[in-house]
Write a protein that binds this ligand. Sequence first.
Ligand SMILES: [Zn+2]
Length: 244
Amino acid sequence: MYDRSVTTPLGVDRYRHVVVLTGAGVSRASGLPTYRGEGGLWTQGDTVRNSDGATMAADPEAVLRFFLPWRRQIQAVAPNPAHTALAAAEARRGPGTSFTVITQNIDRLHQRAGNQDVIEIHGSLFRSRCTACDLPAFDDDRADVELLPRCERCQALLRPDVTLFGEMPPARADHDAKRALRTCDLFVAIGTSGLVWPAAGFVRGAAYAGARCVYVNLDPLDDATDFRESFLGKAEELVPALFG
Ligand SMILES: [Zn+2]
């Protein structure tokens, strides 16, 4: 892989179909915790247990009491320069082009920054669905852990529409992501190791479509990879430079 030490713009506007994959590193500068790395959520026992689909099945109230307060915490922070640079890049697209953000984040910060074409492959913390019936998922920002919200149809507990560990990602999002990748000519992964499925397969799909594949993250990749270029550093610094 070719490690770029000098940050030169990617020339995003020259590409017809741009796909950006984002992970927790994009939200870090907004003050949200990341999952991996030192101090990351995955190093804290409660997070591991409460982010597991098996815990949701066995003790849904514990999972809800863990997740619902996040809604308040996330609403209290703002999109950072990485988010706003991606929104600006989408806003200046011309006819016949596309700019799709596929995000592993459940925080809705891309949409709050202004991105329109966002695929949430791990769902959204700001939608709820029923733990029992097939009530369609709906927007929900309630965060009261004393009065856990219940399904209006069957009275079972509602849960955030997010993909927990061991659960399948939403089929529609996975389908939309793969469709975007089939035609993309520039693929940029930002703030994610890309090692978690289904994201791990996305760079393969983009490379197969013939896209330029660029990796932007704090940590270098250590595996053989379909990325051909990498920029190492903070998303909130690199993204405005690369997408400007
Ligand atoms: Zn229900």
